[in-house]
Design a protein. Structure first.
Length: 261
């Protein structure tokens, strides 16, 4: 069970898009301990590269990810191993939001439990029309408490709780309506639409995007006054960046900016 670094798509502008593919379709791309360890390594693989602009997480097979591997959780006495699995999962989910580049989930199939958590944790999610999303842990006696962290921050509370209490899935269009995914497209357009987003992101300054992403997640949990204090300072800091000045000068001079990243 592993994730695997896929294409570094050269078609994007001023950098590359790194694709991570979950590759264990026989086990429904379960987020086993080895899979989580591999995913963590792959997320960090190019993070210091000046050329990395965006990361896409995709999957092989009809299931994006079924969540945790229940075979790993069947021994009730192995508390240490269970803690290791859930702690690493939490590290991976929070790592996605700490990375300096946007992370896009490209979903073509079913995403359940921690697999749904993975989608909710990404900055952007593009889904095919056949995709579905569910947190069915309650049906097997293991409530999806850790997926609820990401779900509760992506969905209206009552929608998230209905998913958590019933285990019933959301369709791709319901997920779009409630904010779990960013865009729903026909299956044959999924790659094209995902790459369009990647290419648009790659037209911007990496340093500006990194500052903006970090600030977004920092302010979103704050009260309104604190959020504005944080972002007001960051706007001033943004102007001190070389690319901040370059962007304004290019706009005034009616030319394309030349980013230093």
């Amino acid at each position: 069970p592993r994730s695997e670094l896929g294409d570094r798509n050269p078609a994007v502008f001023h950098g590359f898009c790194s694709t991570i593919v979950l590759k264990n379709p026989r086990r429904r791309n379960a987020l086993s301990l080895p899979m989580l360890q591999s995913l963590q390594r792959d997320l960090l693989h190019d993070v210091k590269s000046r050329e990395l602009r965006v990361i896409v997480i995709a999957a092989e097979g009809p299931v994006f990810s079924s969540g945790h591997d229940l075979k790993e959780l069947s021994n009730e006495d192995d508390v240490k191993h269970h803690s290791q699995v859930f702690e690493l999962c939490a590290e991976v989910m929070t790592l996605i939001q700490k990375l300096p580049v946007p992370v896009i989930a490209k979903v073509n199939g079913l995403a359940t439990a921690a697999g749904c958590q993975l989608v909710a944790s990404c900055d952007i999610a593009v889904a095919s029309e056949k995709s579905q999303f569910a947190t069915p842990g309650v049906n097997i006696g293991l409530f999806c408490s850790t997926p609820a962290v990401a779900l509760g921050r992506s969905l209206p509370r009552k929608v998230a709780l209905e998913m958590l209490f019933t285990g019933e899935p959301l369709s791709a269009h319901e997920a779009l309506m409630h904010g779990l995914v960013s865009k729903v497209v026909p299956e044959d357009k999924l790659e094209e639409e995902t790459m369009k987003i990647c290419q648009k992101i790659c037209e911007s300054s990496k340093s500006v995007l990194a500052l903006g992403k970090a600030t977004f997640y920092r302010q979103i949990t704050q009260d309104l006054d604190t959020a504005y204090k944080i972002t007001t300072k960051v706007m001033v800091d943004n102007l001190t960046l070389r690319d901040g000045q370059e962007g304004i000068e290019a706009f005034v001079q009616k030319r394309k900016p030349v980013w230093s990243h």
